[in-house]
Design a protein around this ligand. Sequence first.
Ligand code: PLP
Length: 354
Amino acid sequence: MKKHNFSAGPCVLPQEVLLKASGAVMDLNNSGLSLIEISHRSKDFVEIMDTARNLVLELLGLKDKGYQALFLQGGASLEFLMVAYNLLETKAGYLNTGTWSAKAIKEANMFGEIVEVGSSKDENYNYIPKGYTIPEGLDYLHLTSNNTIFGTQIKKFPKTDAPLVCDMSSDIFSRQLDFSQFDIIYAGAQKNMGPAGTTLVVVKEDVLGKVSRQIPSMLDYKVHIAKESMFNTPPVFAVYTSMLTLEWLKNLGGIAAIEEINEKKAQLLYSEVDLNPLFEGFAKNEDRSTMNATFNLTDEKLKESFDSMWKEAGINGLNGHRSVGGYRASMYNALSLESVGVLVEVMSELERKA
Ligand SMILES: *Cc1c(COP(=O)(O)O)cnc(C)c1O
């Protein structure tokens, strides 16, 4: 039986995407060849890369607005470094909202002065700082839109003259935003777009070319743009499967349609967390993520029975990250409302039995 997969990443993908991807591994488009045994320079693969890059810009509403979409490697973790390498000349601002922001700050520190414009570390990152001031003269301001581990999400983005860089690894394509307010968006594919192995980078071209340092080719966004995301051999399976997920999303009605479903899923789960006296949420209500819901039992003694109940119900990946404890339900685009319903049913069953 297929499980209800609440894993934080890599995570659930649409069933039809898995079917098509596995078919292409055996035979791509009746070519008599596997997707993973053809040249990345072949017409078939170049078309896949072009389609994937175009779909990204189309879904984000960034077509013909000076943006380029790239499928790179090294994970979002390499982008922590690449962003600074390409953009940081003297000083950059970072909003510290969790483990991933802190890691981004650590890397950027090697390239210039980092101003932490705000931080929620004082309360183990259970909220998004607000009302902070952004200093003048930043080379860029870096944000993490969704904090995968702590279950918080930025609802309102700051206005600034500085270029805006955003790590959207765990909520890209999940909600409607004015994506043109960002100059660089990056996201590891394995949370809301595809399998592990590729990182999406969406970059506004006019933000590049302003630093004085030399940039090694593989770390240079301009090189990857000039080579249409094929400077070196791209991760063909990850790019193809991401393309399939983007097509799935487009056919569903795009980000507007998925946002509606994501809202329903989050409402269903959070209302159970709030109404059921056996559970309490971790993140502050107004900053709760629609993608990753963090919560705990109010009575630790119930852990054993709750754990066996959700496992029994075919649920996978509900354990919280070690830095938060408790539980984390990741409700990415491909997770169905029905799966959330199964979890909520287990939670209320626990209350009935207790
Ligand atoms: C998972 C995650 C990362 C790290 O991604 P990798 O692809 O493993 O490097 C970075 N930022 C956020 C917000 C994440 O959720």
